[in-house]
Ligand binder design. Structure first.
Ligand SMILES: C[S@@+](CC[C@H](N)C(=O)[O-])C[C@H]1O[C@@H](n2cnc3c(N)ncnc32)[C@H](O)[C@@H]1O
Ligand SMILES: [Zn+2]
Length: 364
């Protein structure tokens, strides 16, 4: 047994119950998210372990109507004693989300889903206990699957073809969001991603759902496919469920790798991120929120080291490439999805020109 203080919560962690102190940063971010985007109401922590999340949301974001689930007997007992210790009035149940969703009459304004590995087996049932405008916070730690280390595993789990390589964290995040949307649509919900994070060993999607056939149809328009050229780093994206995506690179003529379906809409809401930044206390959380706030909304990015390598030239600082693109009137930013990656509204040809820099006098 171990005692832990985190945020305003003081908990004990029983032997055999999951607790990862490194995820404190993400829990800080989740508290700030609820303070920025939530408006109170009922909250469900489906995968509680020690109960730390639900307890922090109650103490720090003011949630008073709290339900806590864990299908593991020891975790359930641990969450129950921690709720009591922190004077949280909560219903704590020893059940699975699947069983709960099929028997409860309750519906929730906020749902936190943080299972081991993939959240895919839980996402469908989660949709049964939503209210309109609910906030979902979904963690995936099966990043190897979403990042395409084993393509067949991603096809099986998320019904999507992943993309391995430098874009894998962003494409994985978008595959996860696309998968959540496909489940939401079956219950007549559309989605709006508000914050999307790929960090350390996890991905976490913060999403608002919106009820109605029109909302679902509008969100569905943001699903699409992509093609990537591993040779010259060109990519093409196309929205729609059966888009005409050629398999040949328009830049170098190589065969491109196809991936998707995935979410091609916005990943972040800058207003929510600004409010979160105003609230977040820890340096780590603030750093990540700031990085997200600076990122352009354009899907995918160019890795400067991969481009210099494919051109066979020496390394160039990404800051310099951003400066040159901006001087030409393009928008450009770093991205938390990839070190030395640049998001921009410029084409690959423009980026290559910016990477090469101004021609030297006398050169042809
Ligand atoms: C990764 S831990 C949760 C960690 C916790 N959210 C935290 O921040 O410390 C996953 C927990 O969810 C429980 N769990 C996994 N799948 C579940 C399901 N379908 N329904 C209910 N509990 C589940 C496991 O027993 C485990 O205790
Ligand atoms: Zn190419």
């Amino acid at each position: 047994m171990q005692k832990v203080k985190e945020g305003e919560a003081a908990i004990t962690v029983r032997n055999g119950v999951f607790f990862n102190p490194q995820m404190g940063k993400l829990r800080d971010i989740s508290v700030s998210f609820l303070k920025a985007a939530g408006s109170g109401g009922s909250l469900l922590d489906c995968t509680a372990a020690t109960g730390i999340r639900a307890i922090r949301y109650a103490l720090e974001a003011g949630y008073k109507d709290v339900t806590i689930l864990d299908m593991n007997r020891q975790a359930y007992a641990n969450a129950k004693e921690n709720a009591k210790r922190n004077r949280i009035r909560a219903e704590v149940l020893n059940t699975s989300l699947q069983e709960f969703a099929n028997t409860t009459g309750g519906r929730f304004d906020v749902i936190d889903l943080d299972p081991f590995g993939s959240p895919a087996p839980e996402v469908y049932d989660m949709m049964k206990v939503l209210k309109d405008n609910a906030l979902l916070m979904v963690t995936a730690t099966d990043t190897a699957v979403l990042c395409g280390a084993h393509s067949a595993a991603c096809v099986k789990t998320y019904n999507a073809k992943p993309l391995h390589g430098e874009l894998c964290h962003e494409t994985g995040m978008r595959i996860l969001i696309g998968f959540i949307l496909k489940n939401a649509m079956q219950f007549n919900y559309g989605i709006e991603p508000l914050v999307s994070i790929a960090d350390m060993h996890y991905m976490r999607a913060f999403i608002r759902v919106k009820h109605g056939a029109e909302e679902a149809a509008r969100a569905a328009e943001e699903l699409g496919f992509g093609a990537f050229c591993t040779r010259c780093k060109n990519f093409v994206l196309a929205k729609g469920i059966a888009p005409a995506l050629g398999g040949v690179c328009g830049n170098c003529g190589s065969r491109m790798e196809l991936f998707g379906p995935l979410w091609l809409g916005r990943l972040n809401n800058k207003k929510v991120l600004s409010e979160m930044l105003g609230d977040a206390q820890s340096t780590d959380a603030r750093q990540l929120i700031k990085a997200l706030r600076w990122e352009l909304d354009t899907p995918l990015f160019y890795s400067v080291p991969k481009i210099t390598k494919s051109l066979g030239i020496g390394s160039v600082s990404p800051a310099l490439v951003i400066e040159r693109l901006e001087a030409e009137g393009f928008a450009a930013s770093y991205t938390h999805f990839g070190r030395d990656g640049i998001k921009t509204d410029a084409t690959l040809k423009d980026v290559i020109r910016a990477v090469r820099g101004p021609r030297k006098k006398g050169a042809i």
